[in-house]
Design a protein around this ligand. Structure first.
Ligand SMILES: [Zn+2]
Length: 427
């Protein structure tokens, strides 16, 4: 049985020491890449100018089935064209003392990736690949790869180079915001963007057995406090989550106040508050994960096909949510979990086009609202309808002038995409 690769991106929250470790690894990756590229270019130049065939080696090879022996000639060049193993061997041979404090695997992977980049560049089937270029420390996103990272007791462990200056008792594993999908992982990509740290972990997940068909389909309309689907509503903003959002807001304000008034971010009080804030983030994340796991499991258990919106564009009235950013992160997690669970269990997930007007279309007659008829986050001014109301003004529609629930209407519009895939676009 083959494994499915399922990549999950986590934000990491390294302490000071581990931040330094990650920064150093990022710098070292760039150093290795740039040095490998320089070496590669030199070797290539030498190959172009000074290459000649020194001798030809004849290597006998026996065919295992027929027993026949053939002789294969191999030309030995003075300056062969470069490959990644050559470049790696030169770089390992020329290592400076300080490089032994860094991971040797990191060097190897950087050179291997450079080899792939050259291969892609020369591959005529991939004309969009640019020539490999030198990296600058000013690039907004920087990272490195590790093929030695492990999942240990639910934590992500980066390998510690034997001669690292960070003592092993200070080397920390990274907490993951979501339970790892598996203990088996591939090459992990660590990266830094806007001062935050992330890890993309490719989990090797044993293929699950497809669930039996249920003959039922559904669609999910995502809203701030509840998700609407064909069998009702799922509450996604329970009281306990709201209370934690309030606390997050409170601690965030307290920290901002301390920064402005006392100007110190190292005082005991400041650090104490920050620890409390981080604990709240973790609690919120746990509740969200739990909610989304249960709901997505329910969906894949009960339905063959599921339609959801493209959540990156959804406008929502968030004014009453204390911690909007933290709450919004749940929607991304919903899509991520539903995507991999559908894949595991043989369900079909349909993503609505970004421009499909699920809010503006009447699900009964298909009339689409335009101009000042459109429903905004605050309802419709012209007709005086509220934000949660949908009214169709097409006189031929069975629902003419009837006030229906906006989210239910949107959900039925999403559901319509299963039978009418041609509608899945801007209308
Ligand atoms: Zn209608």
């Amino acid at each position: 049985m083959t494994d499915t690769i399922q990549t999950v991106v986590y934000e990491l929250h390294p302490n000071k020491t581990m931040k330094l470790v990650l920064d150093e690894a990022i710098d070292y990756r760039r150093y290795c890449w740039n040095q490998a590229l320089e070496t590669w270019n030199e070797l290539y130049l030498a190959h172009k100018i000074y290459d000649k065939i020194l001798w030809t080696k004849f290597i006998p090879k026996q065919n295992k089935k027929t027993g026949k022996i053939t002789v294969k000639p191999i030309d030995i060049h003075l300056n062969p064209s470069p490959n990644w193993k050559m470049v790696r061997d030169i770089m390992v041979h020329d290592k400076a003392d300080w490089q032994y404090q860094r991971s040797a695997h990191l060097l190897g992977l950087a050179v291997k990736d450079l080899g792939n980049a050259w291969q892609n560049f020369f591959d005529k089937a991939q004309p969009d690949w640019g020539k490999p270029h030198f990296h600058s420390r000013r690039e907004p996103r920087q990272g490195f790869k590790s093929d030695q990272s492990k999942i240990v007791d639910g934590l992500l462990r980066l390998e510690r180079p034997q001669k690292s200056l960070v003592p092993s008792e200070e080397w920390r594993d990274f907490k993951l915001s979501e339970k790892p999908l598996s203990d088996k992982i591939g090459v992990v990509s660590y990266f830094r963007e806007n001062g935050r740290y992330y890890a993309a972990v490719p989990f090797k997940v044993a293929n699950k057995k497809a669930l039996p068909k249920t003959g039922k389909n559904t669609a999910v309309d995502v809203n701030v406090g509840h998700f609407n689907y064909t069998d009702g509503q799922q509450n996604v903003l329970p009281k306990k989550l709201e209370r934690i959002y309030e606390k997050i807001k409170h601690y965030q304000r307290k920290l901002a106040h301390k920064r402005v008034v006392t100007g110190s971010t190292q005082s005991n009080n400041y650090l104490k508050t920050r620890t409390k804030l981080q604990a709240c983030y973790r609690k919120a994340s746990n509740i969200q994960n739990d909610l989304m796991h249960k709901f997505t499991t329910k969906l894949v258990n009960n339905y063959d096909q599921i339609v959801i919106e493209n959540l990156s564009v959804k406008g929502m009235l968030m004014s009453h949510v204390a911690s909007k950013g933290v709450h919004r992160s749940m929607f991304g997690r919903f899509k991520q979990m539903l995507t991999y669970k559908c894949k595991w269990y043989g369900r079909k997930l349909i993503l609505a086009d970004k421009l499909y007007p699920s809010t503006q279309r009447c699900a009964v007659c298909g009339t689409i609202k335009h101009g000042d008829e459109r429903i905004t986050l605050y309802g419709n001014k012209k007709h005086g309808t509220k934000h949660n109301e949908f009214v169709c003004y097409n006189k031929k529609c069975p629902n003419y002038n009837l006030v229906v629930d906006r989210d239910t209407n949107a959900m039925f519009n999403l559901l319509a995409l299963i039978e009418h895939p041609k509608l899945n676009k801007a209308l």
